[in-house]
Design a protein around this ligand. Structure first.
Ligand SMILES: Nc1ncnc2c1ncn2[C@@H]1O[C@H](COP(=O)(O)OP(=O)(O)OP(=O)(O)O)[C@@H](O)[C@H]1O
Ligand SMILES: [Mg+2]
Length: 262
């Protein structure tokens, strides 16, 4: 199987991108897939899902992370860190990513920098999936991520404002297709569902009315197991494999494998 690159992006903050990216990486690895996670956010949340704060800051300050990959020609291979889990590696981020938009702006062919930087790793076939965790913005960095990606997953919080921002995301995807016509929206993943409230059903109904938009069959419910897992620098799928949250991510991962194997 060719390596598939999947971006997790939504300009709405707190929609579950980093949680989804780390937990789906974990679930895919438990299904025998080799996964690289790339942290594209200055908040380091994806990196912190696999490493404690001390290590995350060590990577952030080093010459090998997403920031140096994009701005200093660091080689992707040198930036990849092994995690304690078999089949999951991480390319960590840096707090310096806060200024990356300005630095990218001055660069030649600025929309394809990440694609070119990851090409060697992608073509090596070392991974089945490369998952990209985007920040909550729609600038040149996220453009780079979507230009590099084969597929996009849009995590969406089941809330009125969650739906409100979705149109911007689809407009942005149309722009990206000018450079990456092959990009497909794999689906919208409904997250942070509070089953005590009925609103999430309306979110799913409203999403169902959108043409040509796939909505993942499984929704991700609110689950405090996730917070405990994050507090322990582990994706919940590894921290508590028997939890409901883990089962939900395992189901989504199976659907991702099915959709990307077509
Ligand atoms: N299913 C869930 N159950 C409980 N808490 C959750 C769940 N999903 C996400 N959270 C919490 O919601 C917050 C936002 O989630 P996350 O960081 O994954 O979103 P994000 O889209 O990556 O945010 P940002 O836009 O800031 O990058 C986090 O504190 C996370 O712990
Ligand atoms: Mg995030």
């Amino acid at each position: 199987m060719d390596t598939k690159v999947i971006a997790f992006a939504n300009n709405k903050g707190g929609s579950g991108k980093s949680t989804g990216c780390s937990c789906i990486a974990a679930a895919l690895s438990r299904q025998g897939k080799r996964v690289l996670c790339v942290d594209g956010d200055m908040q380091l949340n994806l990196t912190l899902s696999f490493f404690d704060e001390e290590r995350a800051f060590e990577f952030a300050k080093s010459a090998f992370n997403t920031y140096t990959l994009l701005t200093k020609d660091a080689a992707a291979r040198d930036c990849i860190r092994r995690t304690e889990y078999e089949n999951v590696d991480v390319l960590p981020s840096s707090t310096l990513m806060s200024g990356v938009e300005y630095e990218l702006f001055a660069k030649w062919q600025r929309e394809t920098i990440l694609k070119r930087a990851l090409a060697e790793v992608k073509d090596s076939g070392d991974y089945d999936y490369i998952l990209l965790d985007a920040p909550p913005t729609l600038g040149c960095l996220v453009m780079n991520m979507l230009v590099c990606a084969d597929h996009l997953i849009i995590p969406l919080e089941a809330s009125p404002w969650g739906l409100f921002g979705l149109a911007n995301m689809f407009d942005f995807v149309e722009n990206v297709k000018g450079i990456n016509p092959e990009l497909t929206v794999l689906g919208v993943l409904v997250t942070k569902v509070d089953t005590r409230k009925n609103y999430f059903k309306q979110t799913i109904d409203d999403l169902g009315k959108l043409e040509n938009v796939h909505v993942f069959g499984e929704v991700i419910r609110l689950d405090s197991a996730k917070e405990w897992a994050q507090d322990n620098s582990k994706p919940v799928v590894f921290y508590r494999p028997s939890s409901r949250a883990s089962k939900e991510f395992e189901t989504v991962a199976r659907e991702i494998v099915a959709l990307t194997s077509k």
